[in-house]
Ligand binder design. Sequence first.
Ligand code: PAF
Length: 282
Amino acid sequence: MQTIHDRAALTAHLGRFRAAGETIALVPTMGALHGGHMALVAEAKKRATRVVVSIFVNPKQFGPNEDFDAYPRRAEADAAKLGAAGVDILWMPGVDEMYPTGFATNIRVDGLPDRLCGAARPGHFDGVATVVAKLFNQVRPDLAIFGEKDWQQLAIIRRMAADLDMDIEVVGFPTQREADGLALSSRNAYLTAEERAAATALPRALGHAARAIEGGEDIAKTLSSIAPALVNAGFASVDYVALVDAETLVPIEKLTRPGRLLAAARMGKARLIDNLPVRPAV
Ligand code: PAF
């Protein structure tokens, strides 16, 4: 595996792959790699002949009071994992490479970022869209793979790639979970042992609610029971719980189309997100 920090070297390497007729998959990450990321890498290897993983903790997607400084950075351990997994290129630009002096462009997808995580994190998804557009232009992959754990992010990236004719297949890959159901996340590292044990209430509450709604229970009533259950289990607060159209993210009151049940809740120093499909009866 080649670890590359500057764009000229990246372009030269990728040019050799393309000249040889290879296909390129990109897995964008912010590092602190866990089994969820490694599942994306394994999927990338199935779908393309060359795999590029980017690690860049993107300052533009963190708010002023968020965890940019505290975000786990484990470059050496990450590189060892990616090398062992057969990744071809680890692309690790510095902040000056990504946002040189004078950088002035912001990519904003309208509508989709306004609710759910976007409501509590103003500007977050502009930061994500801007950096992902740059990564797409830098690597020019045939496809890029993102985890479904951040369902809203995936919907926004799909919209941006389609709207801007990027000709990159955006692939969503199912959330990977611990044995007790907790979604793998770099932010789980913020949890104490006690918080970690209590955090399993999030997937449990979403699972119960998803099955209840699929079984015909009243949607509003079911949704309103989730936040109290989470607080009861030890979450400090709940940012949102919502049942939305899986594609447009518009809240739904009747289950006539595939829905997605999403929640974000705070436990100790961590803000945890999760989501599950809710399928209409056939
Ligand atoms: O999901 C993430 O890790 C980040 O939001 C991404 C897509 C790598 C952009 O910085």
